[in-house]
Design a protein around this ligand. Structure first.
Ligand code: DWN
Ligand code: ZN
Length: 401
């Protein structure tokens, strides 16, 4: 762990924006409750560079600790994720003239995205997590400027929701440039800081998210390494994301009107940033009040999510008597959430239509920490709701549904 005093993008000095206290690492699921509760905690605070405005944490946990063994597995069978992937594939087909012959994906996880290309072109995932089984060929490596040479050139380079995990951004962009063919494109998708700020999504803050991205810093970063940010679009996935497209400078890709409009839209960032501490505090207080109003009901959480672990630790969930965390990821089952020690159980064991033969009695309410999948999860659990069960949704504002 290191605490940095200067900006990752420009070395300017950092200002504190919002302090969430001492929080354990989000994706650490322990074998025992005692171990989970006693995990080391680290300061979690959002900072902004005084010089260039870049949003980041000042506490940096090393990549091997965070990602060599990774608990997150991309969910399978999610309608919203499927729809989002379809949009990405369509956007890539529209922008890249010829069908890609070779695609690399950094942080490919279980291969869920690359699978879509596996029958039409050569795909290679690059992901250091030894424990995550992949449906496509994967190099178990970190993608860095030192390792990039091993992976060969590609027509399309993809990095979904992992650029925020990177400490050395410039080095990673140099690596991207090194693997892109002359007419290749790089597609980088990340949670969009504008959505995080406007939505008071304090739970998007956890230690593996070193940076909180707007479009503006990427123009500079790309230019420094000979790349060009030429297009972007917003997506509702994961609570609001930005999908950015890069190419070699001079490769003939010109800034689209969509990109120019989005950059103009970032004028509201400073205002949103000023409001963020107050609005995040209101969200935290609102959720606490909502949970206290359910003090005589049984409450579980739905989703053993990384962001849920920020949320539960900041709320002080141990004092709120949350019993279990329901999740579809088998490797998380029977483990305990970091800091709060809540036990993870499977969806199947948690959601009986009648309680007979099921080990865990159905709760009265679920606090939905996987709120980015709210529509589909509430649809999937229609029977629970028909039987009088409710969901507590933290965002865009705390409410009971
Ligand atoms: O940025 C990141 C995002 C994209 O993924 C990473 N740093 C880590 C991870 O964050 P997360 O854990 O907050 O992500 P999700 O995608 O909100 O996690 C969803 C969780 O909910 C998974 O553990 C699976 C579970 N789930 C479920 O139990 N039933 C998901 C769905 C769709 C379901 O129906
Ligand atoms: Zn800076």
């Amino acid at each position: 762990m290191k605490i940095v005093a200067s900006c990752r993008a420009c070395s300017g000095a950092l200002n504190y924006v919002f302090d969430l206290g001492q929080v354990p690492l989000a994706n650490t699921y322990s074998e025992t409750r005692a171990e989970a509760i006693n995990l080391p905690r680290y300061p979690l605070r959002l900072c902004q560079c005084r010089r260039c405005g870049f949003l980041q944490l000042d506490v940096v946990i090393d990549s091997a600790t965070l990602f060599s063994h990774y608990a997150y597995e991309t969910p399978r069978g999610s309608p919203s994720l499927t729809h989002h992937y379809d949009q990405l594939v369509e956007a890539i087909a529209t922008i890249h003239d010829a069908p890609p012959k070779r695609i690399l994906e950094m942080g490919s996880n279980n291969g869920a995205f690359l699978e879509l290309y596996a029958s039409t072109c050569e795909v290679l995932g690059i992901d250091p997590a030894e424990n995550v089984a992949s449906s496509v060929r994967v190099a178990r490596q970190f993608f860095t400027k030192e390792t990039a040479i091993q992976f060969g050139k590609c027509d399309v380079f993809v990095a979904r929701h992992c650029m925020a995990h990177i400490d050395d951004l410039k080095g990673t962009f140099e690596a991207i440039r090194a693997v892109l063919k002359p007419d290749g494109i790089a597609v980088i998708e990340n949670a969009y800081a504008l959505d995080t700020l406007i939505g008071a999504q304090f739970d998007q803050l956890y230690h593996e998210h070193h940076s909180y991205f707007l479009l503006r810093p990427f123009f500079d970063l790309a230019e420094k390494v000979g790349l060009n940010l030429f297009h972007a679009f917003r997506s509702p996935i994961h609570g609001g994301s930005i999908v950015m497209f890069f190419a070699h400078r001079g490769a003939g890709y010109h800034a689209t009107d969509a990109l120019v409009k989005l950059v103009e839209g970032e004028e509201i960032v400073e205002g949103a940033l000023k409001m963020f501490p107050a609005r995040a505090t209101m969200a935290i207080e609102g959720l606490r009040a909502g949970l206290r109003s359910l003090a005589y009901s049984t409450v579980d959480t739905y989703g053993a999510t990384a962001k849920g672990n920020t949320l539960l630790n900041v709320l002080g969930a141990d004092a709120l008597h949350i019993r279990y965390a329901v999740d579809s990821t088998p490797s998380k089952w029977n483990k305990f959430l970091p800091g709060t020690g809540i036990k993870v159980i499977s969806e199947a064991s948690a959601i009986p239509l009648n309680d007979e033969g099921f080990p865990y009695p159905r709760p009265d309410a679920y606090l939905l920490t996987a709120w980015n999948y709210a529509d589909e999860i509430m649809e999937k659990q229609r029977a629970f709701r028909d039987a009088g069960g409710v969901f507590i949704l933290p965002f865009p504002f705390p409410r009971i549904v």
